[in-house]
Design a protein around this ligand. Structure first.
Ligand SMILES: Cc1ncc(COP(=O)(O)O)c(C=O)c1O
Length: 462
């Protein structure tokens, strides 16, 4: 059944439907042609997703003309806000010069110079068309370099949608085999818990078939399930000792947790990292970056000299001129201004403001997050929580991401949208360098109204 046919008595959902008839009409057309009517699972919303028309700075507008303070942030890509003038100018200039010249070009060189200048582990970099592609390549590099096959990953840590990272990362958290993926692929990953680093350290001691340990340095889903203090540093120390590679997935955290990513913020240098989203200035793109001796596995001359097979790496849209133009414009701003730090400071103020609303409304929810991101924990199972002292570490994967109630999260999102704010569905989101105090005040008011609407629908459990 199409999501739009779902019956509900919720006033929040009824308001959303009434405010967004243009989105509803587009969804009716889309639902006939696109699975679930959408193009990214993260945009699924019952009865229909929001159809946006344009964005500027911290704001975006839907096809029905409503304005939103936007924290979806292009899935985390829009650190500089929507349609930053320098990025727009660079993309327009390049579009007129050619979108794909079937040749190497200067922008890809400048792009690589910026990445290697900003990201501590990046001695060399190879661009891809997405984070998923970078994730696929980084695992292949690790296996080729070490001659070992197993990848240690962590429960709920998302590394894109390729076969090797779905089980335990996107779905099948119970260890079962995801639909469409062969068991042999699943067997090549060892998915570990994150409440304590000790079992992973013991695993690294015990086994000699591990190529790499790969993780989101924020914790699963950009910190929805945060890591205990010292977790990443302990992995760095143990992997270095055991000759295992450490891969940080900085697709979200790169340029956001600090100008140099989580690795700079934490002072932990991985062997390899992957980047996407901000790295391409809000256009499609990704990158693998890291140690020269590992990256040499993609290098013709290095592999000829070593008499080894080179890892093939084509990709029509790798470092395509439009993405490269946006990337160079954006990363020059990241390198030359306090954009990352400004977004982080605003993120902290936003978390404080939202937490205060939750406290004032006496709702047993948690507000938390790192750097320029925030998470709202709506406590679907009604655990006892004091919002003033909420510690997500106490709940772990099972209590946080594992307890997520999609219907409740969707209602919170719609409630916020009815009040002019858009967030990601966890619920949570990303703050840009363009969000300001007026945005924060507006967002706090929107959360207050949403909570009150949820209370009147008896959706809040204490
Ligand atoms: C941590 C992380 N890794 C990898 C990816 C995959 O990137 P992409 O969507 O560009 O394929 C994402 C995307 O959200 C991500 O958040």
């Amino acid at each position: 059944m199409a999501a739009a046919e779902t019956v509900t008595n919720s006033a929040i959902v009824a308001d959303y439907r009434a405010r967004t008839p243009g989105s509803g009409a587009l969804f009716a057309r889309a639902d006939r042609l696109l699975p679930s009517g959408i193009t990214h699972d993260g945009r699924y919303l019952d009865p229909w997703p929001l159809y946006a028309s344009h964005g500027r700075g911290s704001r975006k507008w839907c096809v029905d003309g409503h304005e939103y303070v936007d924290y979806f942030g292009g899935h985390g890509a829009m650190l500089l806000g929507h349609s930053h003038p320098a990025v727009v100018e660079a993309v327009q200039r390049q579009a007129a010069l050619g979108t794909h010249l079937g040749a190497s070009h200067e922008l890809e060189v400048r792009w690589a110079e910026l990445v290697t200048r900003l990201i501590p582990c990046a001695e060399k970099v190879r661009f891809t068309a997405s984070g998923t592609e970078a994730s696929n390549m980084v695992i292949r590099l690790a296996r080729a370099f070490t001659g070992k096959s197993k990848i240690v990953r962590f429960l709920g840590h998302f590394h894109g949608w390729h076969d090797g990272v779905v089980a335990g990362g996107t779905s099948n958290f119970d260890g079962s085999v995801p639909s469409g993926i062969v068991p042999g692929v699943v067997d090549q990953s060892i998915v570990m818990p994150t409440d304590d680093v000790a079992p992973t350290l013991a695993l690294l001691e015990d086994r000699d078939d591990i190529a790499a340990v790969m993780l989101e340095p924020s914790g699963a889903s950009w910190g929805q399930v945060p890591l205990p203090a010292g977790f990443v540093a302990a992995l760095r120390e143990a992997t270095a000792r055991q000759g295992v590679l450490l891969i940080l997935d900085e697709v979200i955290t790169g340029f956001r947790w600090s100008r140099g990513g989580a690795q700079e913020a934490m002072g932990v240098k991985p062997d390899l990292c992957i980047l996407a989203k901000i790295v391409a200035g809000g256009l499609p793109g990704g990158a693998v970056a890291g140690r020269r001796d590992i990256m040499d596995l993609i290098d013709f001359a290095a592999m000829r000299a070593a008499k080894r097979d080179k890892i093939p790496h084509p990709g029509t849209y790798n470092a395509n001129p439009l993405s490269a133009a946006a990337a160079v414009a954006a990363l020059e701003i990241v390198a030359g201004t306090d954009a990352s730090a400004k977004a982080i400071a605003t993120g902290e103020r936003l978390r404080d403001a939202l937490r205060q609303v939750v406290i004032d409304e006496a709702v047993p929810w948690g507000v938390y997050g790192q750097a320029s991101s925030f998470q709202i924990f709506p406590n679907p199972l009604g655990v006892k929580i004091d919002p003033a002292t909420f510690d997500p570490l106490a709940l772990g994967f099972k209590g946080l991401k594992g307890a997520r109630d999609a219907a409740l999260s969707g209602k919170i999102r719609m409630g916020l949208m009815n009040n002019g704010v858009d967030v990601m569905g966890s619920p949570g989101g990303f703050v840009s360098a363009t969000h300001d105090n007026a945005d924060l005040e507006h967002t706090a008011r929107a959360l207050r109204s949403t909570i009150r609407a949820l209370k009147s629908e008896r959706e809040i459990r204490g």
